[in-house]
Design a protein around this ligand. Structure first.
Ligand code: BGO
Length: 271
């Protein structure tokens, strides 16, 4: 069975380096429809049945740039069978912000934790097994530059895609947010496959206009949902978008603490 795997990550996480390692010279370059953003696809070295789609480098699945819109439209349309999320190990906090969103899409996710050569050289340690347990996805340590672990990451993604097992997000928001999300799913998303509902519910909670328009949600249902969102905003004394952003960062900080041991003698790649 042929599979399509999306390669997703922050700018400068090593996505191009990984894509080149995985596909060698089996690459095709075009443009995403309607925009001048480059679209690269390629097949896995040694297996023409596995296609990789290189999505633009992004920090979030918000609708604020062409790159983000391309990525989220592609991912939420149900196209890819799996996602390889490349994460810069020296910048975990910022990179995992995107990861928390990717795990809500209902698509199998494999994390390829990159720049591990830098981490090791600095004497730092990352507990990949613990991180994997927290996030509910396989975490494979790689160095895209040296080629270490890249095939293992690809094979895990192929395995996940073929098994049909969806990723289940492990993170739960505070009670009142979860209450609002459950209500949104019940009122407007019940016709959608269950595993895809969470990401859409969070976006509707954030009042993502582009998505609300696309889903064509009737006004009376929107008004109904708005009551829950407003109640949550009042309780937490913040706007819904900031509530979600802060919750994601608080969650990430809580899991990174136990997974990363710094020796304090090295520099990050961004340094
Ligand atoms: C330059 N290890 C190390 N050490 N570096 C890596 C790894 C890795 O595993 N993976 C990628 N890099 P992109 P995006 C560069 O280009 O793939 C490096 O944006 C330089 N260039 O080599 O482009 C990679 O596609 C001059 O570094 O990322 C690249 O996601 C001096 O990370 C950078 C130093 O990789 C970004 C580095 C002229």
């Amino acid at each position: 069975m042929s599979v399509s795997i999306a390669l997703v990550g922050n700018p400068n996480s090593g996505k191009t380096t990984l894509f080149n390692q995985l596909t060698g010279n089996h690459q095709y370059v075009g443009n995403w429809p309607g925009v001048t953003v480059e679209k690269k696809t390629g097949t896995l070295r040694g297996d023409r049945d596995v296609e990789f789609v290189d999505l633009p480098g992004i920090y979030s699945l918000s609708p604020y740039s062409n790159e983000e819109i391309i990525a989220r439209n592609f991912l939420s349309s149900g196209n890819p069978d799996a996602i390889v999320n490349i994460v810069d190990a020296s910048n975990l906090e910022r990179n995992l912000y995107l990861t928390t969103q990717l795990t809500e899409l209902g698509i199998p996710v494999v994390i390829a934790i990159n720049m591990m050569d830098v981490v090791r050289k600095n004497g730092d340690r990352i507990d990949a097994a613990k991180l994997s347990n927290h996030l509910g996805v396989p975490v494979i340590e790689i160095s895209a530059l040296k080629g270490d672990g890249v095939m293992e990451a690809a094979q895990r993604a192929v395995q996940m895609a073929r098994s049909g097992k969806k990723t289940i997000p492990q993170h739960r928001f505070a009670g009142s947010i979860e209450h609002a999300l459950a209500h949104i799913e019940e009122v407007v998303l019940h016709d959608m496959p269950e595993e895809q509902q969470r990401w859409f519910a969070v976006k509707i909670f954030e009042r993502d206009e582009q998505l609300i328009e696309k889903l064509n949600i009737p006004k009376d249902k929107l008004a109904h949902i708005e009551q829950d969102i407003k109640a949550c905003e009042k309780e937490m004394d913040d706007d819904s978008q900031s509530i979600i952003t802060s919750a994601r960062y608080t969650y990430i900080a809580s899991i990174i603490d136990g997974c990363v041991k710094k020796s304090n003698r090295g520099m990050s790649t961004s340094d």
